[in-house]
Ligand binder design. Structure first.
Ligand SMILES: *Cc1c(COP(=O)(O)O)cnc(C)c1O
Length: 417
């Protein structure tokens, strides 16, 4: 475009318009400025403004078990930083492969009973670059992807450049239809999650594995919302159901229940070596620092033998569901630790969240489109072992007051699940 004095591109206008669009759709995101307090989880300080702070209770953290404040984990992180410094100082290939990171990969392989593990800077990156690389290495690969897969998996599927087909969420009959239509000899990768984090439902893993065997497909499972929390050693739903060895690739995060940061895949030695060698998102980025690797490792090791956190979480999540349901609140069906409460309207969902924080000191981020379908906007509550019975009562009363004040009814939440 020719730029003259009177006819210049107004670049900033495009950004302002893009943001205005979000405001109009009531899904402009506002981040709460939080300062967590070691030893008081889930209580934190909310920086309401530059001048005002308040004490709040966080009910939407993915630090599901409070491991981000576990003394062993904090000690591992600080000792590693004191002894080995802060950054890794390089990519994995060029001096960044620090010893705690190598130990972490061994620990992860063991956690899932796999030959090898590979750590990335986040779970997002592990999915995006992992799926893309695996699919690209297979000739003419078809990716079969669950309709509710996480954005990072969708990114990996897109980035692979491979043909993809979406199967209806957890619908094995639909998946079989799609598999059946393909030649047996064609490479196929089935990508899905174990626990779906917004609804709290679980994939029919055994049935998907059976289909994969029948139609000679590979399987890739995202266990991000299950690792640390399910299975006798925290190996996720695949451990719980004795299916870890049946799945080709198990992916997870170190940033949620493990309370640190980073992501990973585990699988056969050959597959991990190939991804290590070909994945741009693994190769061309600075390695995880020793302090973070040591913290993650300490957390995984602790949760391999300690059941108290898992049991406490399950107990309090069930209690929260029971108490909220008994009070008449629209708790959606969830078979896991996730407690979604339906609002069904983006604006009301945001207002409910604001009111809970302002009036009740309860922090639950609203979950709106595109994270969930329109009309199913919700408050996603994640009780931990540290959300005690008294806190659950306070939460129930605050939700009831909010529902009443904002006039949230089963009409506004039209699509009760
Ligand atoms: C959070 C999340 C990820 C990404 O993990 P991070 O470590 O936070 O980048 C991947 N998959 C699912 C299902 C998630 O919810």
């Amino acid at each position: 475009m020719l730029r003259t004095r009177g006819d210049v591109m107004n670049y900033q206008q495009f950004f302002e318009d893009a943001v205005d669009q979000l405001h109009r759709e009531r899904r402009y995101r506002v981040f709460a400025d939080i300062e967590r307090i070691v030893g008081r989880f889930p209580v934190a300080t909310w920086h309401r403004s530059a001048k005002e702070t308040r004490e709040i209770t966080i009910w939407c953290s993915n630090d599901y078990l409070g491991m981000g404040q576990h003394p062993k984990v904090i000690a591992a992180m600080t000792e590693a930083a004191q002894g080995m410094g802060t950054g890794a100082g390089g990519t994995r290939n060029i001096s960044g492969t620090n010893h705690p990171l190598v130990e972490l990969e061994t620990e992860l392989a063991d956690l899932h009973g796999k030959e090898a593990g590979l750590v990335f800077t986040s779970g997002y990156v592990s999915n995006a670059t992992g799926i893309a690389t695996i699919a690209k290495l297979l000739p003419n690969c078809l990716i079969l992807s669950d309709a509710l897969n996480h954005a990072s998996m969708i990114e990996g599927v897109r980035h692979s450049g491979c043909e993809k087909q979406i199967f209806r969420h957890n619908d094995v009959a639909h998946l079989e239809e799609l598999l059946k239509a393909q030649p047996l000899e064609r490479a196929k990768l089935i990508a899905f999650e174990s626990v779906y984090s917004m609804d709290g439902d679980i994939a029919p893993i055994a049935e998907i594995v059976a289909l994969a065997k029948r139609y000679d497909a590979m399987t890739y499972i995202d266990e991000v919302h299950a690792v640390g929390m399910y299975g006798a050693r925290g190996g996720g739903i695949t451990e719980c159901e004795g299916l870890a060895t049946e799945i080709d690739v198990i992916e997870g995060t170190l940033g949620k229940a493990f309370g640190a940061m980073g992501g990973y895949i585990t699988g056969s030695r050959a597959l991990i070596d190939a991804v290590r060698s070909y994945a741009p998102g693994f190769i061309f980025t600075t390695a995880l620092p020793p302090s973070v690797a040591a913290a993650a490792c300490a957390s995984i090791r602790h949760l391999k033998s300690s059941h108290a956190e898992r049991e406490g979480q399950q107990r309090q999540a069930q209690r929260a569901k029971d108490v909220l349901r008994a009070a008449g609140l629209p708790v959606m069906d969830s078979v896991t630790h996730i407690v979604p409460v339906l609002v069904g309207n983006a604006e009301l969902c945001k207002k409910a969240s604001d009111r809970l924080l302002e009036r009740h000191g309860i922090y639950i981020q609203p979950i709106n489109y595109p994270t969930v379908p329109r009309g199913t906007e919700r408050l996603r509550i994640t009780p931990s072992p540290f959300h005690d019975n008294a806190m659950i009562e306070v939460l129930k009363d605050a939700l009831l007051e909010t529902w009443e004040a904002l006039g949230i009814t089963s009409q506004t939440s039209s699509q009760a699940a």
